[in-house]
Design a binder for this molecule. Structure first.
Ligand code: URA
Length: 238
């Protein structure tokens, strides 16, 4: 098996990030640093180390976390800010977030140690839908709603059609639900700002068919095997 696939399968990092680990000289096979991407390992016999730690075929873990605002969706932060890793400390294994939510966004975040699964979930080609409860400043109007639904011109191009509904009209703000099928950086905030209604707070409530259910803020649960299978089916459908 190719070394980068072996690392990804063992939950060390995605395939692409594993290639970087190799080129950075952080991976050894049988005591030798390996820099070639094409290196083939014998999964039965070879001893693979990443940063000096033995890598072995590891049990796959899939969690659904209700991320609180104030936590970064990263494995570590050079600036020492709280990360979602602190919320899953009791899980053994090198987990990482499947995609990202902004630090001030709360809600549904999957965490896993399965690199192939992660790639499928976040790849834009697979269009998994995500729903966000979005509180925007001001009383939103029909033109803005239509614009959000039809596509908003952002600096990285027009957004794909979205579904938007008003959940609650308040005095000086509006709670809307936006369903998107892309996953661009800060997408919902940029879309709302572009139509003149900046986001006050954002919560992801759905990822495909997954919902937060009654999971408390900061809590997680393991995904059921049928849910993992369902996500694979969603990602690989036509
Ligand atoms: N869109 C955003 O703007 N932020 C998020 O965290 C997720 C989607």
């Amino acid at each position: 098996m190719r070394l980068s696939k072996y690392l990804a399968d063992a939950g060390i990092a995605s395939r692409r990030k594993s290639e970087k680990l190799i080129s950075d000289g952080r991976v050894q096979v049988n005591g030798m640093v390996v820099l070639e991407q094409g290196c083939i390992v014998n999964t039965e016999k070879d001893i693979v180390l990443c940063d000096g730690i033995r890598v072995s075929g590891q049990e796959k873990i899939y969690l659904l976390l209700n991320k609180p605002a104030g936590y970064l969706s990263s494995v570590n932060d050079p600036q020492g800010r709280p990360t979602v890793m602190e919320l899953v400390k009791d899980i053994k294994g090198r987990l990482y977030p499947v995609g990202r939510l902004d630090m001030d966004t709360e809600g549904l975040l999957i965490m896993s140690n399965d690199g192939e699964f992660t790639n499928l979930m976040i790849h834009p080609r697979y269009h998994i839908s995500k729903k966000y409860q979005t509180l925007v400043a001001g009383r939103i109007n029909t033109a803005a709603l239509q614009n959000l639904a039809q596509g908003v011109g952002l600096e990285d191009g027009l957004t794909a059609p979205a579904s938007v509904v008003i959940l609650e009209q308040r005095q000086k703000s509006t709670l809307i639900e936006i369903e998107i099928h892309e996953g661009r950086k800060r997408q919902v905030k940029r879309m709302c700002a572009a139509v003149g209604f900046p986001v006050i707070s954002l919560k992801r409530t759905h990822f495909g068919f997954l919902t937060l259910g009654n999971l408390g803020i900061g809590q997680y649960r393991h995904l059921h095997p049928q849910e993992i299978e369902g996500l694979y089916t969603l990602a690989t459908r036509d």
